[in-house]
Design a protein around this ligand. Sequence first.
Ligand code: ATP
Ligand code: MG
Length: 298
Amino acid sequence: MAIDLDKITRKLRVAPGKPFRLADHDPGWAGDGDIPEQDRKEFAEGLLASDVADLARMQELLWASDTWSVLAIFQAMDAAGKDGAIKHVMSGVNPQGVEVTSFKKPSEEELDHTFLWRCMKRVPERGRIGIFNRSYYEEVLVVRVHDRLLEAQRIPGVRPTSKTWADRFDDINAFERHLVRNGTAIVKFFLNISRKEQRKRFLARIDEPDKHWKFSPADVAERQHWDAYMKAYEEALAATSTEQAPWYVVPADKKWVSRAVVAGVLAATIRGLKLEWPAVDDAKRRQIEEARRLLEAE
Ligand code: ATP
Ligand code: MG
């Protein structure tokens, strides 16, 4: 089966500096007709499996070449499947080479610093993959939807105005530029679930006792702000998708679609770094031969 993955990737990437509307992105998208509908799920699962295997090899190369690190940022509404996507996509990778950080409501200590502080501390070191499950983008999303969160930050002279959000977009772009310039590749995923599908998943959590632990009544309250969130996401993605740190709008109503897309884009991002295995020089080769002689002589 032939499928143009580059075309799909381009379609999902938020083009820097171009008008961007979330309405142009269908959360239920599951292929463009290149593959018969009944075969798509199986095909996507095949893609996921081969990308998971690729990622394992590439992570080893990332580690061995010890030059770049990779930061993957995940943002989404509740129940969009961030956790599941991270779990499946990273399932083949050596756990020592990956660090996942989930950013929750900031602590008092974190609120006493600038909003990038807690994230800066978790940026991956050279050779590793860092995953942010939520991130400093919450600062232009949940904080934008709820004024009181901005007030709690007690920043002199800062009010919930459009200038504040524009300033934050600038700071984020500058921060990401700094990271990329210093060897951290960045890729950002917005898992785009529809309001209808979110309702379905919440109801499933309520209906199935073994999913109750996942259910939080606060999520249902947050859902009432859906339109404000979508507006905040739309503006944030438009303002912060750059050549070096692009956003991808990942269709998330079908989990098999979102997982295959995330794995494919992440693998392509690391492949794009054109990493090379460290060269073994003559001196090292001689050491290896000497080690063989010693072992064989035992
Ligand atoms: P789950 O899928 O398990 O619900 P989650 O990422 O939603 O995962 P929660 O503990 O439910 O995790 O929620 C974390 C909450 O913290 C989110 O509602 C998020 O908006 C909030 N949060 C994260 N960063 C900030 C921030 N900087 N300021 C205020 N709230 C934040
Ligand atoms: Mg939650």
